[in-house]
Ligand binder design. Structure first.
Ligand code: SF4
Length: 255
């Protein structure tokens, strides 16, 4: 297959990022934000502060909601990110804005350089388009292995996953045990709608990626992400050449 149409930037003004802030929407957002704050606070109380609870921030809209909640609450939750080396420029721009907005310094993990070099020399610079196996090997090197390092020694990790994001996330609980990584996984936004995520971002003036305004609801690596059409599944722009019931990067596999 060819993945050469990645990262199309067709138009700006995605209406999904600007929901009408009705009283009902504001009320549901506040209710869910309160529940998320309580879950985050209870998680710290259960597992302790320093070095026990971490949040994987990939700078999507949901992760920006959690960044705002965690940093405004001042909870001792570590926030880390994975730089695969193939992220879109807009994500680096957002990283920089986040550091300034919250007066913080990001903790970023990079893939093992020797593993990336061996993969690229052996398979090619864009080998992930050639087969699912090669795509998963790339994700393993650039995402999964650095994630393991980031989670090492932690007791719980927090993600911005939502149940409605894709068929692979249907029924996602707010709390589960991550067998693969051997620790508790919290998904405080699992029952949030896309509308509620964007309403929270607008109400609290949270920084977000410019790509969301260009019809990218889900943002990952540049060559494996594209814009979607109105009405398409929000994860349709990720690894769009693969079976939608199977495509995950390995960071969030079900046990
Ligand atoms: S999303 Fe694409 S470029 Fe990024 S790690 Fe996975 S296969 Fe590689």
């Amino acid at each position: 297959m060819s993945g050469s149409v990645s990262m199309l930037r067709p138009r700006a003004g995605n209406p999904a990022t600007r929901p009408e802030l009705t009283d009902a929407l504001r009320a549901s957002v506040e209710q869910k934000a309160t529940a998320a704050r309580e879950l985050l606070t209870a998680t710290v109380a259960e597992f302790g502060g320093d070095g026990a609870v971490t949040f994987a921030n990939s700078f999507g809209a949901e992760d920006m909601v959690l960044t705002e909640l965690i940093l405004r609450l001042g909870l001792p939750i570590e926030i880390f990110s994975l730089d695969t080396g193939r992220l879109p420029g807009e994500t680096y721009d957002l990283m920089s804005r986040v550091e300034k907005h919250y007066d913080t310094r990001l903790k970023i993990y990079f893939p093992d350089a020797a593993a990336v070099e061996a993969y690229v020399r052996g398979e090619g610079i864009n080998a992930f388009y050639e087969s699912i196996d090669l795509r998963k090997r790339c994700c393993q090197i650039r995402k999964v292995e650095p994630l393991r390092r980031a989670l090492s020694g932690m007791q719980a990790w927090i993600t911005g996953l939502r149940a409605a994001q894709s068929t692979t996330r249907t029924g996602l609980p707010a709390r589960e045990f991550d067998e693969g990584n051997g620790l508790v996984k919290l998904n405080p936004l699992t029952d949030w709608s896309e509308n509620e995520v964007w309403a929270f971002i607008r109400i609290h003036e949270v920084p977000y990626s410019d790509l969301h305004d260009q019809f990218y609801p889900s943002i990952g690596c540049a060559p494996c992400t594209r814009a979607i059409a109105v009405g398409e599944d929000v994860r349709a722009g990720r690894w769009w050449w693969e079976d939608p019931t199977l495509k995950e990067c390995g960071l969030h596999v079900k046990g």
